[in-house]
Design a protein around this ligand. Structure first.
Ligand code: AHG
Ligand code: MN
Ligand code: MN
Length: 322
């Protein structure tokens, strides 16, 4: 598919018209989210709602607005049967006759909204396994290997939709004149090796020894392997992973000492980002197993994640020796 192709044409040519219809609606919803994000400081929708979500985190006004926008657009698509969001405790049936379920992080990196750092929307799409009617939790608790499509939109210096349907990874940039997504990054492949590592070093005291040993490896001088690597971490998974996808690198959010899980959520952060990175030639594990092989048990369960350039994740696994 050649550069400049518009998203609807790309999706229609994929041959799956129901999935195309769902993704076109989702993309339209993300355009609206981007508009509200860009105008937030003018319209006064920065800051928090004063409520906390099922994660126990403060809900930003734009988190709630983004969630409502996506529910409306996916309901209108008539192909989305079920909806799960970081911002909602349970699951929702949007179209009983729909074929797909969507798990979303409506706005990732919310702590960055007010300071104009890159934030984004992350989504993962499965085929429902419950036939028709009301969706149930089993429709969502599928391993990442069953993922039909996954993607994210970064609202940054430009707005880019990165998408995979299971045959490669494609980036579409939003034209500011006509608000159309244009294919700008055909068939993205992530470098097998990079010089960037991304982690919240501030949590260092809580890391297990193997993680500390890997970080020492990253910061040891060795010209042959371009070390020390550079630490790049902006606190938005989408922003950190988009940079590392294009330039190469490893992003780590480990389990802290004593907790078996990390912070990031399996169904709508770790699995979609891992599906994308594997499609781009990289890999993603929880320190022991591939993220896409994990059998989810709960809707909002969390996972440790080591994700990015294939060789860098392999090296980290040597230190973790699960
Ligand atoms: P969200 O804003 O959807 O809650 O996600 C924030 C996540 C992720 O985007 C980022 O990588 C991570 O939180 C940052 O966590 P720390 O601030 O603990 O480093
Ligand atoms: Mn998030
Ligand atoms: Mn979020």
């Amino acid at each position: 598919m050649k550069k400049g192709t518009k998203l609807p044409e790309f999706l229609t040519n994929s041959g799956n018209l129901e999935l195309a219809k769902l993704l076109i609606s989702l993309a339209e919803g993300c355009k609206q989210i981007g508009r509200f994000v860009n105008n937030a400081a003018i319209t006064g929708i920065t800051g928090s709602t004063g409520t906390t979500n099922v994660q126990g985190e403060a809900v930003q006004k734009l988190d709630e607005l983004s969630n409502n926008i996506l529910m409306d657009y996916l309901r209108a698509s008539e192909t989305c049967a079920g909806y799960l969001s970081e911002e909602t405790e349970g699951i929702f049936t949007l179209n009983p006759q729909g074929k797909y379920t969507v798990a979303v992080d409506p706005l990732d990196g919310s702590s960055n909204i007010d300071v104009v750092a890159p934030i984004g929307t992350i989504f993962s799409i499965n085929e429902r396994i419950s036939g028709h009617g009301e969706v149930n939790e089993k429709d969502f608790l599928q391993t990442g290997r069953a993922t039909k499509a996954a993607g994210y939109v970064v609202y940054g210096s430009s707005t880019i939709l990165v998408l995979t349907l299971g045959q490669g990874v494609f980036g579409f940039t939003l034209g500011t004149d006509d608000l159309e997504f244009y294919l700008s990054h055909p068939d993205i492949k992530t470098p097998a090796h990079g010089k960037i590592y991304s982690i919240n070093q501030g949590n260092g005291v809580k890391f297990d020894e193997p993680v500390k040993n890997f970080l020492t490896y990253c910061t040891t001088i060795d010209n042959e392997t371009s070390r020390p690597y550079s630490l790049r971490y902006i606190g938005s998974m989408v922003g950190d992973l988009h940079r590392n996808l294009l330039k190469g690198g490893i992003f780590i959010y480990p389990a802290n000492k004593g907790t078996t899980k990390g912070k990031l959520r399996l169904l709508y952060e770790c699995i979609p980002m891992s599906f994308i990175i594997e499609q781009a030639g990289g890999q993603a594990t929880d320190g022991c197993q591939h993220i896409l092989d994990i059998k989810p048990e709960e809707l909002h369960e969390r996972s440790a994640i080591y994700i990015g350039s294939r060789d860098m994740v392999n090296k980290a696994m040597e230190f973790l020796k699960c």
